[in-house]
Design a protein around this ligand. Structure first.
Ligand SMILES: [Fe+2]
Length: 299
């Protein structure tokens, strides 16, 4: 009977805005990285918003919080976590959640996010974002944990699709069905990483647009863009280069359906100067403006 959980969506119908999509559009942001701290603090460059890695600031005091407070004086900040491991079977880490909640009070982020993955066993962390077996049991398990986290934090929580390089024989549904069922059952938002869709589509031989057209797009509160590295038989999600054309095309299709939505460029290795990262992120404006023009012509 659990198969009633599967709810294929018709695809090209525009999705209505809801509490996750539309009400907190901050514009186009970039990830706050240590190499750019000084420039951001000194020059306060014009960027719509910054995303922080929550764990870097879940400390009791000192330099990280001084920097964060200075940044918060000038920029909206959204928190993105990397070690909640929401799909793991370990009990939720109460101490971690307590620190995470304290940080949300500091940043006043409109929502926070972490990955739809697992990564710890018996308290030992893999420090990797590992894909979950896409089973009905895992849907229920993961959604229950997201609800518990969201209730405790008292702000909307978004799950991000990860890139992956292996799949489980035990899976009973596609990745996009899994993302859909978890987010609907948990009533949470989605941080849709468009590059991760493309990377996993290549690695596992599915169509990125099948993914895009069969998830609850009204739940997308934020979008991630990033560069990747293509090898002969696989793509690695390296975050060390400009966004590839194919990924921009998926982004354009997404924007066609959901309109202007918080968009963030991730650049985490071989990080170039701030201006280069920001310029790459602002390319998203070309797509957003093209959509706005089409809308005004048809009005
Ligand atoms: Fe991402």
């Amino acid at each position: 009977m659990l198969s009633v959980l599967i709810n294929e969506r018709s695809g090209k119908t525009p999705m209505p805005a809801n509490k996750f999509n539309g009400h907190t559009d901050l514009g186009i942001g970039i990830g706050l990285r240590t190499t750019h701290y000084q420039q951001i603090l000194d020059e306060k460059p014009a960027v719509d918003w910054l995303e922080i890695i929550s764990e870097n600031f879940m400390v009791d005091g000192g330099r990280p919080l001084e920097i964060l407070d200075a940044v918060l004086e000038h920029y909206p900040v959204i928190q993105h976590g990397v070690s909640l491991y929401i799909g793991s079977c370990d009990p939720l880490n109460k101490e971690y959640l307590k620190k995470l909640k304290a940080l949300t009070h500091r940043t006043k982020a409109p929502f926070i996010s972490d990955h739809l993955c697992w990564g710890s066993v018996d308290g030992e962390s893999s420090h990797d974002l590992l894909p979950i077996p896409y089973t009905f049991e895992a849907v229920i398990h993961t959604a229950e944990r997201i609800r518990a986290v969201q209730d405790y934090l008292e702000i909307p929580f978004c799950i991000e699709n990860v890139s992956s390089y292996a799949e489980f024989n035990a899976s009973e549904m596609t990745e996009w069905q899994f993302l859909s069922e978890v987010s609907e059952r948990a009533d949470c938002g989605i941080l849709l990483d468009v590059n991760n869709i493309y990377v996993s589509a290549f690695n596992h031989d599915f169509n990125s647009y099948d993914y895009l057209h069969n998830i609850p797009l009204q739940r997308v509160a934020q979008i991630h863009l990033a560069g990747h590295s293509k090898f002969e038989k696989y793509i690695l999600d390296t975050h060390d280069a400009p966004v590839k054309d194919e990924v921009w095309q998926i982004y354009a299709e997404l924007i066609e359906h959901i309109g202007k939505t918080n968009t963030l460029l991730e650049w985490d290795a071989s990080i170039p100067p701030f201006e280069t990262v920001h310029k790459e992120a602002l390319k998203a404006n070309l797509i957003l403006e093209a959509k706005a023009k089409r809308l005004s012509k048809s009005a």
